[in-house]
Ligand binder design. Structure first.
Ligand SMILES: Nc1ncnc2c1ncn2[C@@H]1O[C@H](COP(=O)(O)OP(=O)(O)OP(=O)(O)O)[C@@H](O)[C@H]1O
Length: 261
């Protein structure tokens, strides 16, 4: 991280615009010589669903990983609820507890029952008393439609059900924002719908989400804003109708032509 970056007044959000829940401003991230995020800025307001689209390698996962502090940024500011979470003095685990991240691979512990997968972090990280953790887990499993599977082991569930458990595990900490990285990419086509329907239901409850996906139908139906990333920058952004139906930029048109065949 560059030491002087917080002094740059242009990276401070003007108070008159209303404060976004999540604000990424001027973020740069390189792996060696390869600049993956290049002065990238993105605001997400409470209850919004922002969908990230873009070709493979455009930086979607890296952006989500930077927000979840799984990668250090080289420059720029990431604010969550007004706090610069890239401040190295902060406890990264405490910050991460306010962010729910779900990956393409569900990463459930195979030797633990569904309920124990969901209660693990609350019990070990947040020191939630076991009975409370269990009640919270059951409530959240109910929310994802899997309360009846609480005692099952992950390999007794379909891929779609396992991903819904992974979403429940992220939801149980009541995160301020959920980051979802290609959460349907590993699923058989017939299982994609149940996970996308769950995300649609979660949006209806007011959950704030940033979703990297190649599912354009989902983006069209659920996104408040679509951001097309190209070479580590937000190349075009707007409502689904603007970006997906009537893109201004040729690169966006080219990407959409390729992805929709
Ligand atoms: N840990 C790393 N070390 C080196 N290069 C990396 C690392 N992580 C990502 N990259 C590179 O950064 C670029 C952006 O990758 P990223 O995974 O963010 O793209 P993406 O848009 O999410 O792609 P996809 O749609 O395939 O998931 C790629 O060229 C990738 O190879």
């Amino acid at each position: 991280m560059s030491p002087g970056r917080l002094k740059d007044p242009s990276l401070r959000h003007p108070p008159s615009l209303g404060r976004p829940l999540l604000s990424v401003r001027g973020v740069r991230k390189a792996f060696g010589e390869h600049v993956v995020l290049d002065d990238l800025s993105l605001d997400v307001h409470a209850h919004q669903v922002v969908v990230l689209i873009g070709a493979s390698g455009s930086g979607k996962s890296t952006l989500l990983r930077c927000i979840d502090l799984l990668e250090d940024v080289d420059d720029g500011v990431i604010e969550l609820e007004g706090q610069d979470i890239t401040d190295p003095r902060l406890d990264a685990n405490a910050v991460r507890a306010r962010i729910g991240m779900v990956f393409q691979a569900y990463n459930l512990f195979p030797h633990l029952r569904v309920i124990d997968n969901v209660t693990l972090a609350p019990r070990l990280v947040h020191r939630t008393p076991p009975e409370q953790a269990r009640a919270d887990a059951l409530a959240v499993l109910d929310r994802v439609g899997l309360a009846a599977k609480a005692q099952a082991f992950p390999d007794e569930l379909s891929g779609g059900q396992q991903q819904r458990v992974a979403i429940a595990r992220a939801l149980v900490a009541k995160p301020a924002v959920m980051l979802l990285d290609e959460v349907t990419s590993a699923l058989d086509p017939e299982l994609v719908g149940e996970v996308l329907s769950l995300l649609t239901e979660l949006k209806a409850t007011g959950l704030t989400m940033v979703v990297a996906t190649h599912e354009m139908g989902f983006a069209r139906e659920v996104a408040d804003e679509v951001c097309f990333l190209h070479e580590g920058r937000v190349h075009e952004r707007g409502t689904p109708a603007q970006v997906l139906e009537n893109p201004r930029e040729e690169r966006t048109r080219e990407f959409l032509r390729r992805i929709t065949g």
